[in-house]
Design a protein around this ligand. Structure first.
Ligand code: SF4
Length: 212
């Protein structure tokens, strides 16, 4: 994998979504393990001096301290990624976080769930189901239960891996916006592809019922 030279940058913007920052390890249909590493802030503002929509990874500690919410105007520093595929967010290792304007609290009727994001232990306990990419980009984008995970596929054990991004939902199974999307190929060298068709979702979310 090609490494980029990381660069420290400054950014500022208005938060449009907060989602868990997740990675997933896949190995054939034997294993799909989700890791919960903090949060991704999606912002409309300026990064590296350019007006843009961008995202910054922050730690669980930083979120617990700042209790960031949609509408907050925030600024800080961050680093460009060493590996493009390691993180869905554009920047990571955020620092010097400061809320310049605090958003009013607003109550909305879910879905999507525009609530204070829960801690990592809660995401871990809930587990995730595959979420269609179009739902992720559309109605689900602001939901605290939506995530775009950086996925590592064990393609040839100990020799090579494949990388991609996949969207998942940690929300109630009964959510009316939920769509799984197409089954996802999980390739392994010499075996072609097998497809994750949804039964791993049942396994990953077996702790909870239909409305939890
Ligand atoms: S499907 Fe999942 S991510 Fe989308 S709105 Fe419902 S709970 Fe949120």
């Amino acid at each position: 994998m090609m490494a980029n030279e990381p660069e420290k940058i400054e950014w500022q913007g208005t938060i449009v979504s907060i989602q868990p920052r997740t990675t997933v390890w896949r190995y054939r249909l034997d294993n799909r393990t989700h890791y919960h590493r903090g949060y991704n802030l999606f912002l409309d503002g300026e990064a590296q001096g350019i007006k843009t929509l961008f995202s910054v990874a922050i730690s669980e500690k930083q979120q617990m301290k700042g209790i960031f919410r949609i509408g907050d105007e925030v600024k800080g520093t961050a680093w460009t990624k060493m590996y493009d595929v390691s993180d869905y967010a554009d920047y990571y290792r955020a620092g010097s976080l400061k809320i310049t304007i605090r958003a009013e609290r607003t109550d909305t009727t879910p879905p999507p769930y525009l609530i204070e994001p829960p801690d990592m232990a809660t995401y871990e306990w809930r587990g995730a189901r595959m979420l269609s990419a179009s739902s992720y980009k559309g109605k689900c984008f602001q939901c605290v239960w939506a995530t775009m995970a950086a996925v590592e596929i064990e393609y040839n054990w100990g020799v090579s891996k494949k990388y991609r991004f996949e969207s998942f939902c940690y929300g109630p199974k009964s959510c009316k916006f939920y769509k799984m999307g197409k089954p996802r190929a999980v390739p392994y060298k010499g075996d072609g592809s097998t497809y994750d068709e949804g039964w791993m979702d049942d396994l990953c979310t077996e702790n909870r019922g239909w409305d939890d």
